[in-house]
Design a protein around this ligand. Structure first.
Ligand SMILES: N[C@@H](CCC(=O)N[C@@H](CS)C(=O)NCC(=O)O)C(=O)O
Length: 200
């Protein structure tokens, strides 16, 4: 299995989840600017969208989209507790947070990082993001993880995104519960292993 990634990008969520599930995989870095692999080949031949993450299976099928890949890993290794058992309230809650982090939070960061975003958009874009982060902050000031007392893939996703807050002009000092959550997730052994393999 091969995980295509950019350093410190959302592909790190999949790196963490694969390790939580104790699955073996190879990491293949994609050049952010050229969208080529080290051997010069074109990444868009693997994922036509040319974005990460992409998880290529041993039968050459390629999985894309963070939430769909998490669902695939969870099906293969349910004991890792990435989403909780089918039909339970916990799974419903984990899926809700996973979708909220993936669509409402992750994709609200994206325009703040694009060079072609008009300057006037930056402040309203930050306010929009802050409104969503406030919901998360409130939740985490009452419990250790997004779904109460056990971490799920939604927590790994939130952790990865919280690493980008400084670059988006948001200080984690203003979000103490999110910062404490990040420290809890970062202390996990498999998260440390993922970071060591991902960050240059
Ligand atoms: N909808 C995709 C979004 C993936 C995404 O935004 N990936 C970013 C890195 S965090 C990326 O590769 N951006 C480059 C691009 O969009 O061209 C998913 O859920 O996997």
């Amino acid at each position: 299995m091969r995980l295509y990634y950019f350093p410190d990008a959302c592909s790190l969520v999949i790196n963490i989840a694969l390790r939580a599930a104790e699955m073996r995989f190879e990491l293949i870095e994609v050049d952010y600017v050229t969208r080529r692999l080290r051997d010069g080949s074109d990444f868009s031949r693997i994922n036509p969208m040319a974005y990460v993450p992409a998880l290529q299976l041993s039968d050459r099928r390629c999985l894309t989209e963070v939430i769909a890949i998490i669902d695939w890993i969870d099906f293969a290794a349910p004991e890792a507790g990435l989403l909780g058992a089918q039909g339970t309230h916990k799974r419903q809650e984990a899926m809700t947070w996973l979708a909220f982090v993936g669509t409402e939070i992750h994709k609200s960061f994206s325009p703040l990082f694009r060079r072609d975003t008009p300057h006037e958009f930056l402040e309203p874009g930050q306010r929009h993001l802050e409104q969503r982060l406030t919901v998360v902050e409130r939740n985490l000031s009452e419990q250790s993880f997004l779904c109460a007392d056990t971490h799920t893939a939604a927590d790994y996703y939130l952790y990865v995104i919280s690493r980008w807050m400084g670059d988006a002009g948001l200080s984690t000092r203003d979000w103490p519960a999110i910062r404490a959550h990040a420290a809890r997730i970062e202390s996990l052994g498999f998260v440390q292993d993922a970071l060591a393999s991902d960050i240059r």
